[in-house]
Design a protein around this ligand. Structure first.
Ligand code: ADP
Ligand code: MG
Ligand code: MG
Length: 882
């Protein structure tokens, strides 16, 4: 078993084994770029170490052999007193986890070799490097709180009367090393290790162990990185950016990772070691300034960046160091980028002939498109950022700060926009979360209660703002106090929190989808280009859920190719409630028929509007689904009203009647009660009225020269007999109404009860199409009701990893997905050409869309706003490499 690879032996495709950093160091080495020599200890070694709590057999020998080879190649020995080789020990997992794991620089320095280093590089540089080693080694390997070292450094600068660490001279730094060693001893009970080999071994172990640090584990859960991968360790010969003004260190991007704009972006810091750039100790200069500082290195760097882009065919980010005018590459990878940059860059690379359009749509995602569709803060004016935390649920929310749920409800009731600020939320806060415009918490990450519930509600949420100190009625952050009643703005995409009201601007991408012409804006052009390509590739059609003509028209502008779900119950609300009450209270056939007859023209008008908006495209209309008592006043309200009015001696005849009806219809568990097809079978004439309204509307539209394509969908069917009964009655009406108008109406069913999925072969005999109602299928498949449980325990399930994501957000492939698969296969076997679609929330969820593509459904249907996302993902599913 080989546990250690020299950089010459690896390549970029070995990320599993060498981690991202190691694989790319190897790739750059083999490209002939100036990478300091070194070697990589594999993730396999890490996994073995973490399992057995000791180095696996042979690892120590391999490290030894590689180290000797490195020493020979460089001509110096690790920690040699006269002229030491120093190394860095760097973590690097398969997936980049920025700042999550550890790196130790300058390994090999001790009280003797620091003098040897001084003889070659100067005393100031040598002591500076030594103090850095003690600081990093102490903090990462021995868990000395980093603050102690930082405080000591600040004190040294203060004594010197400066704020710049460059003003500390060799003697100051030598003294500081003394202080650091004391700190080290106090916290570890031992002297700072002087043996370079021991330093190296301990640092390697520390990097291995850092895989399991709390923050790394949390990050992995949030980013859904498997917990068992382990990290590789890179041991790299040190090169020094802190050797004087002709040395330095920097980071760079081959394109702007914020906007995707072409051109070189980066920061440079003279006379510094790598971690200083990120730590923000001194102000960096823009990379462009390097041209005047060191033109030769700058030109070489630009050349290398072009090489890397060519090679990786994508935006790369890099870390480099210049040691006395010599450029060294310390890291590269395909760089992270914002959603806007992802689209812009993908389109640019197509223009440049680097990638094709299939590859371009592989490189963007529906989630990114979704981000681009949220309104954004317009940050062009002045604004004050308070803190940055976890963007847990996207959106831009502005409101008055409140600290408890009750107050949130109260103020929101008065029409105020509020931001609910809590340490963390719990199920008791639910009402306040619903009332609030946005939610800000100081604890917890993307899987906390607040985050999960907010995402479920589509509400802006920023989590884990641990700089916030929340007291009674106010919080303090970096010295600023924000009290109840003050206004803040929170960005659920970036996790940023601002003081005061930041103006919100609508998304240019939404304006484009709404029909605005493709502008000069490179982002809009990129989105247009990629969307067109996705449309040309996808085999899934995309419909929208819409109940009104206005919704349907908007969905159509967003690219919907029909309506996959029209919920007719929405048509029973508002000023029609009275008619519905009459229907429910009707005693005897004549009264019922009168009530239905009054509803018929209203429904017909609704359908006409819908069919017109979707002219030429299919419109799936679901017959009424919820229990009828949902249309009546609540039991308690009504009981109180009757009691009060009765005491006053008023006439409560009608209300009493209603109350009796409500009591009679009250169900312990309405989700599993008298609803869907069961209603149709129990309430005579109800479905018939709806079928008639649909058919008449279609005929009316057709007679006026339009083309209506209704599809009647029967909800909650569990047995074919239910559907057959409804169908027989409907067909009679259809024949009668349609006559010779040429309209064609098809009848199908939802598959949303597990029994329906499992008897799909039988049900297909009576259904011309299936539409998977994956919300109910998920509820009934798991046996929990969405409305009751999401806030109650999902956060715990996510914490425990029982779900990676709420099954209402993304389809549970293994369970509910299996029901979908079985029903699709058996349905199509019984009726070839059976049309299959999905109309639950999952129709707009990227991962679920890929699943539906794999299963071979004909279409997905989702809310109008998610139509573009589903179109893009359907295209991506079609070109996915498996
Ligand atoms: P991270 O993964 O957090 O970026 P790195 O392993 O890249 O951590 O190292 C942190 C910093 O130390 C980087 O800025 C890097 O450039 C610098 N660094 C790492 N190894 C060396 C080395 N051999 N010589 C000089 N600087 C180094
Ligand atoms: Mg790095
Ligand atoms: Mg349903």
């Amino acid at each position: 078993m080989t546990y250690v690879y020299a950089f010459e032996e690896g390549n970029k495709d070995l990320k599993d084994l060498l981690g991202g950093k190691g694989a790319n160091l190897a790739e750059m080495t083999n490209l002939g770029l100036p990478v300091p020599p070194g070697f990589t200890i594999t993730t396999e070694a890490c996994r073995a170490y973490l399992h057995d709590k000791r180095f696996p057999d042979g690892l120590a020998d391999e490290i030894e052999a590689r180290l000797i080879a490195l020493e020979e190649r460089i001509g110096r020995r690790l920690g040699d007193a006269a002229d030491p080789l120093l190394v860095s020990v760097r973590s690097g997992a398969k997936f980049s986890m920025p700042g999550m794991m550890e790196t130790v620089l300058n390994v090999g320095l001790n009280d003797e070799s620091v003098e040897g280093l001084a003889a070659h590089g100067g005393a100031r540089f040598a002591w500076d490097s030594y103090r850095r080693l003690i600081q990093m080694f102490g903090a990462t390997v021995c868990e000395v709180p980093a603050g102690y070292f930082g405080d000591a450094l600040d004190k040294a600068k203060h004594q010197k009367g400066t704020r710049n660490d460059l003003d500390l001279d060799a003697d100051d730094l030598r003294a500081l090393v003394g202080v650091y060693k004391k700190i080290f001893e106090e916290h570890t009970g031992r002297r700072f290790p002087q043996d370079p080999r021991e330093q190296l071994n301990l640092a390697i172990r520390a990097v291995f162990d850092s895989w399991n640090a709390d923050r790394a584990a949390l990050y992995r859960r949030q980013e859904r990185i498997p917990a068992d991968l382990g990290t590789a360790v890179n041991v790299v010969a040190m090169v020094f950016g802190n050797l004087g003004p002709d040395s330095g260190t920097g980071v760079a991007f081959t394109r702007d990772p914020g906007t995707g704009a072409q051109g070189v972006y980066g920061d440079y810091l003279a006379n510094a070691q790598g971690e200083d750039v990120v730590a923000g100790i001194r102000n960096t200069v823009p990379l462009q300034d390097l041209e005047s500082i060191d033109k030769a290195s700058y030109d070489q760097l630009l050349g290398i960046m072009a090489t890397l882009e060519d090679h990786y065919r994508d935006l790369c980010d890099i870390e480099f160091t210049i040691e006395r005018g010599k450029l060294w590459m310390l890291q590269t990878r395909v760089g992270k980028r914002t959603a806007a940059a992802a689209f812009t860059i993908a389109a640019q690379l197509v223009d440049e002939g680097v990638i094709d359009l299939d590859e371009a749509i592989r490189r963007v995602s529906g989630a990114q498109l979704g981000q681009l569709m949220f309104p954004r803060f317009d940050l062009s004016g002045t604004h004050r950022e308070l803190t940055r935390a976890v963007g847990a649920s996207p959106g831009a929310a502005v409101g008055t700060v409140v600290f408890d749920a009750a107050r949130a409800i109260e103020l929101a009731g008065q029409g105020e926009s509020v931001i609910l600020v809590r340490r963390e939320t719990n199920p008791d806060d639910l009402g306040g979360m619903i009332a609030a415009q946005g939610i800000l918490t100081s604890r917890g990450g993307k899987t906390s209660h607040a985050a999960v519930v907010a995402r479920g509600m589509g509400k802006t949420c920023v989590c884990g703002a641990d700089e916030l100190e929340i007291e009674r009625g106010a919080f303090t952050v970096r010295g600023t106090r924000v009290a109840e009643g003050d206004t803040i703005s929170i960005d659920g995409t970036t996790g940023r929190v601002y003081l005061g009201e930041v103006p919100v601007e609508p998304s240019s991408v939404v304006r484009y989808f709404e029909g605005a012409p493709v502008s000069e804006d490179p982002l809009v052009r990129a989105v247009d280009r990629l969307m067109r390509h996705a449309d040309s590739r996808r085999s899934l059609r995309v419909r929208s859920n819409a109940d009104t003509g206005a919704d349907a028209a908007r969905a159509r502008r967003f690219g919907a190719e029909g309506i996959g779900l029209c919920r007719t119950e929405h048509m029973f609300l508002g000023d029609r409630r009275e008619l519905v009450e009459k229907l429910i209270l009707a005693e005897g056939q004549p009264a019922r028929e009168a009530a239905l007859a009054a509803l018929l023209p209203l429904q017909r008008a609704d359908f006409v509007e819908l069919f017109r908006a979707m002219d030429g495209l299919p419109v799936t209309v679901r017959l009424i689904d919820p229990p009828l008592h949902e249309f009546l006043p609540s039991l308690t309200d009504l009981a109180v009203r009757v009691a009060v009015a009765g005491e006053r001696g008023e006439d409560v005849g009608r209300e009493k009647e209603l109350l009796t009806a409500v009591q009679r219809m009250h169900e312990q568990n309405p989700m599993l009660g008298l609803r869907g097809v069961r209603l149709g079978l129990v309430v005579p004439g109800l479905f018939a009225m709806q079928v008639r309204a649909i058919a008449e509307a279609a005929v009316e539209v057709a007679r006026a020269g339009g083309s209506a394509r209704p599809e009647i969908m029967v909800p909650l069917v569990g047995a074919v007999q239910e559907l057959e009964t409804v169908r027989a009655e409907a067909e009679k009406i259809l024949t009668e109404v349609i006559g010779d108008s040429g309209v064609r109406v098809v009848i199908g069913t939802m598959i949303e009860v597990p029994r329906a999925a499992l008897t799909a072969g039988q049900i297909a005999e009576a259904a011309e199409f299936f539409s998977f109602g994956t919300n109910d299928l998920t509820q009934m498949g798991w046996g929990f009701s969405r409305d009751d449980v999401e806030g109650a325990f999902f956060w715990r399930y996510l914490e425990l990893g029982i779900f990676g994501i709420s099954p209402f957000e993304s389809l549970d492939r293994d369970g509910v997905g299996r029901l979908v698969r079985i029903a699709s296969e058996e349905g199509r076997a019984a009726r070839p050409g059976l049309k299959l679609g999905v109309c639950g929330e999952h129709g707009g969820d990227p991962d679920s869309v890929h699943f539906f593509h794999e299963v071979g459904l004909d279409y997905v249907s989702c809310s109008p706003f998610r139509v573009p996302i589903a179109r893009l993902e359907a295209g991506r599913a079609a070109v996915a490499r498996t």
